[in-house]
Write a protein that binds this ligand. Structure first.
Ligand code: BGC
Length: 558
């Protein structure tokens, strides 16, 4: 791919240089037409392309996007522990960007799941920085191998939604270096993301967008980052301070480029710093020119759906399988209970929400495959109390079945970007329904749909089998049928501990902070590092996951 190196920074006027440091609108870079710099589109991310149909007008319309393959969000994909598969997902996303003329896709997000109540846990990879870095690097490398940029986000310590635009994450240097930085550091060194998005929050009192130590000393000077840093949407509160700290691009634009011009004139910004920041933007545009010049490209919808299907299969974690209740025999009498089987929750809410190219629910898949099963929704996907009529219908449907597949989980209203969850527990009406169904029929398998961990212990006695399926993207229905009926064996492993209770989590005592501050008092003891070190019991440990095979390991020596 030929990279053109024009124009030279010296060909630009002061005003043109300043203009490169903010967007043209909410979803475009600001071009300098006269100098041959196009204003390419950049948009979300991170588990598929979210290109608003109204993006050209700068209006955000989350519910009106061009169709794109919805891959499993990181909550699922992280359980695959399969970097090659993740690389393929990245390649497919890039092809969709090329078709839609999107130069940079905003993701992946590699912040640590510090506390399982975090509203964006579904978008993040793990409580473990090594796993997060070694998995998400596949997205960056895969996307960029096709000539499209990524935006590694949210740098750094963006671990909660409460007060998310200004909370100060107060963290020790050791915890930053050992827990909150390594995933970013690994990906920067391995794959050089073309862009990084800074976080909304402050770190130890300094806005990430204005943190010279973060954006320049650590990111560029220590790790050798070559790309540009953009603000999260609305995270740039002081154009001059941010540019001096090492922020190349304000997004979306506040139409204040004159502030940069004045500051450059009166010496508050040194000419060399403005040149560096503007040169970064020229370099970014040059890196993406080749892919953005491809005309008439159409991605293969079926092939990408197949990648999403494989990714969904590898995202599932089998937690329990008493009496080898799974896989379900092909001639078994099956009852399916739970609205999620008909109306799947397949992605998280917020800026990552995309419009899939197709969607097949588990129930649709059974119909397509000629499997005859009774169905009862059992509950509604809202936060309303239980409906006794739906419950009675479900219990009745469970009578006489060889196996009851119960699709339970968190409805979208319980979990999304923008707010943290208040409880780790499943909705009470679903737990009550499970108990009633299990009293009727002992052969219950629970299939969970949730973006972040839920407690399992309070209801596990009522299920012989438990399949944690997270959020599976658009091909979750067929993938679930493949796993539940034994076409493939589940192989996912937990990227996040399932504790018995939220109060067991080491960060809970300081969660979610108060008066603009959250103290990371647990230091490096995040997730399993705490449970292992202090010998605390958990329900399912990090790395847990059964398959349908049984085997024995013996004579192990370390
Ligand atoms: C989110 C980012 C996202 C951006 C653009 C922000 O609110 O934090 O993750 O990329 O919006 O949609």
């Amino acid at each position: 791919m030929s990279e053109k190196t024009y124009p030279s920074i010296n060909d630009l006027t002061l005003e043109e240089k300043a203009s490169l440091t903010s967007g043209g609108d909410a979803w475009h870079l600001q071009g300098v037409e006269a100098k041959g710099i196009p204003g390419y589109m950049i948009t979300d991310g991170p588990h598929g392309l979210r290109k608003s149909n109204s993006a050209t007008t700068g209006e955000v319309d989350l519910n009106n996007c061009v169709p794109a393959t919805c891959f499993p969000p990181a909550a699922g994909l992280s359980s695959s522990w399969n970097p090659e598969l993740i690389h393929q997902v990245g390649e497919a996303m890039a092809e969709e960007c090329i078709q839609e003329k999107v130069a940079v896709i905003l993701g992946p997000g590699v912040n640590i799941k510090r506390n399982p109540l975090g509203g964006r846990c579904f978008e993040y990879w793990s409580e473990d920085p090594y796993l997060a870095g070694h998995e998400a690097v596949g997205i960056v490398a895969g996307v960029q191998s096709k000539g499209v940029g990524t935006s590694l986000k949210h740098f750094a310590a963006n671990n909660q939604e409460t007060d998310r635009l200004r909370i100060s994450a107060n963290i020790s240097q050791r915890a930053l270096r050992e827990i909150y930085f390594p995933a970013f550091e690994h990906i920067v060194k391995e794959a050089q993301p073309w862009t990084i998005m800074c976080a909304y929050n402050c770190i130890n009192g300094v806005h990430a967008a204005q943190d010279h130590w973060l954006l320049t000393d650590v990111l560029r000077d220590e790790w050798g980052f070559q790309g540009i840093v953009m603000s999260d949407w609305g995270a740039d509160h002081d154009r001059v301070a941010s540019l001096n700290a090492g922020l190349n691009l304000e997004m979306p634009p506040s139409y204040t480029d004159d502030q940069i011009v004045y500051a450059a004139r009166d010496g508050r910004i040194q000419p060399a710093q403005l040149d560096r920041m503007a040169q970064g933007m020229i370099d970014l545009v040059n890196k993406t020119r080749a892919a953005m010049s491809i005309e008439g490209y159409r991605f293969d919808i079926e092939a990408h759906d197949e990648v999403a299907h494989r990714a969904a299969i590898e995202s599932m974690v089998l937690l329990k399988n008493d009496d080898a209740i799974l896989p379900v025999a092909n001639d078994a009498k099956v009852t399916v209970i739970g609205e999620f089987a008909r109306t799947p929750r397949y992605q998280g809410g917020g800026s990552s929400h995309i419009t899939p190219t197709k969607m097949t629910s588990f129930l649709d898949t059974l119909t397509e495959r000629g499997v005859d099963a009774k169905f009862a929704p059992g509950f509604t996907l809202d936060l309303e109390p239980a409906d006794p009529a739906l419950e009675a219908e479900a219990v009745d449907a469970a009578k006489g079945a060889d196996v009851v597949l119960m699709f339970l989980g968190l409805p979208e209203a319980a979990e999304s970007e923008g707010f943290d969850r208040e409880t780790l527990d499943m909705p009470a009406k679903q737990i009550a329904l499970l108990e009633a169904v299990a009293a009727e029929n002992k052969n219950v398998v629970v299939v969970l749909s949730n973006g972040s961990v839920v407690t399992v212990a309070p209801w596990a006695k009522n299920a012989k089998g438990i399949l944690e399926s997270w959020l599976l993207g658009q091909s979750g229905g067929p993938a679930l049928a493949d796993v539940l009926f034994g076409k493939v064996s589940p192989s996912g492993k937990l990227a996040q501990t399932i504790p018995f209770d939220i109060n067991d989590d080491p960060s809970t005592i300081n969660w979610p902070g108060e008066e603009g501050h959250v103290d990371y008092g647990e230091g490096v003891f995040v997730g399993y590092r705490y449970y292992d070190t202090y010998n605390k019991a958990v329900d399912y440990p990090f790395g847990f996951g059964l398959s349908y095979a049984t085997f024995e390991v013996s004579d192990v020596k370390a």
